[in-house]
Write a protein of this length. Structure first.
Length: 319
């Protein structure tokens, strides 16, 4: 076997498995970020920071590069592999990232406009792939729910960037004093009657809101000052450090993740993304059971991508 023939074999294998390996790598990176993205709140070890940094820097690049390869292969091929159609919205889902990390550093939050432009471009590429193969196969109905979920997750990530950048973090300063959501007197009562475990989270939330007001150059009223004083005074050192730890956790979530206070909007969006992933997995299972027309390797990879999406969505609910 001459060297030229060997190089042709290697090129053929790489062309056939390049995209598939990148898809699995993208899923692997998302899993690392989902499970270790928020561990920096509790640990500062070199290996943890290195792994999270490497996964964060690689995840978007791998997903974007894979999307380009997928779009090119489906456009140039006379007989495109139809099972790869819904891999494009899966990549959009990966670009949305997990709940546990949006920004590795504060500088990432300042680039939310660039991220918005990237969303428009990448969503346009995925839409082009789906539109081009719209009427060729029923697998398009597996791709649509994943596409919807990907748009929501990517949009949430950009919204988190926007809220955490330096201009919008001090949001109280942009509101008239009468409209500021200050601490209500009822919170003084409720914080004193709740159980210890629940009460300390409530007190930390109140102190965090007080910090937000101070960071916006607002002057605390008498009620707010008394509330803060009553929370801090009389606590043991261990309780004070625990309170500070929880408050810093709230700050970290605001600056580096999608995890914020539970709201009806967040519940609705999470429900849509989770149900979309589950419906796509069920539809694909029914489709592959009734039609054995796809290669076993592509079918197995597709199952891994869909099951991974469902598990990551379920995990995000517990965060």
């Amino acid at each position: 076997m001459d060297l030229h023939h060997l190089s042709q074999i290697v090129e053929k294998l790489s062309n056939g498995w390049e995209l598939r390996i990148l898809m699995l790598l993208s899923l692997f990176l998302q899993t690392i970020l989902a499970f270790f993205g928020d561990r920096r709140k509790y640990a500062t070890g070199f290996w943890l920071r290195s792994v999270v940094w490497l996964a964060y820097m690689s995840a978007d690049w791998v997903a974007t590069f894979s999307l380009g390869i997928l779009a090119r292969s489906q456009t140039n091929s006379a007989n495109p592999n139809l099972i790869l159609v819904f891999w494009a919205p899966v990549l959009l889902l990966h670009l949305g990232g997990p709940e546990t990390i949006t920004a590795y550093s504060l500088a990432d939050n300042e680039l939310w406009i660039r991220r918005l432009l990237e969303l428009v471009i990448q969503a346009g590429v995925v839409s082009y792939v789906l539109f081009r193969l719209w009427s060729r196969n029923t697998i398009i109905f597996v791709a649509i729910p994943i596409f919807v979920s990907g748009i929501i997750k990517y949009g949430e990530r950009i919204w988190s960037f926007r809220l955490a950048n330096s201009e919008n973090f001090s949001f109280f300063s942009r509101q008239p004093a009468a409209n500021v959501n200050c601490i209500s007197p009822m919170e003084i009562i409720s914080s004193s009657i709740q159980c210890d475990e629940t009460g300390i989270f409530h007190e930390a939330r109140v102190l965090y809101r007080t910090f937000q007001m101070l960071s916006s150059n607002l002057i605390l009223g008498n009620m707010d000052s008394r509330m803060t004083y009553e929370i801090v005074t009389g606590k043991e050192a261990e309780e004070t450090f625990a309170l500070t730890e929880i408050e810093l956790g709230f700050m970290y979530n605001r600056l580096h993740s999608k995890v914020t206070e539970i709201s009806p909007r967040r519940i609705i969006l999470h429900s849509i993304t989770c149900l979309s992933s589950i419906s796509a997995l069920i539809s694909f299972s029914i489709m592959t059971t009734s039609k054995n027309v796809y290669s076993k390797n592509d079918t197995m990879i597709s199952y891994l991508l869909l099951v991974g999406a469902v598990l990551l969505d379920c995990y995000s609910i517990t965060v």
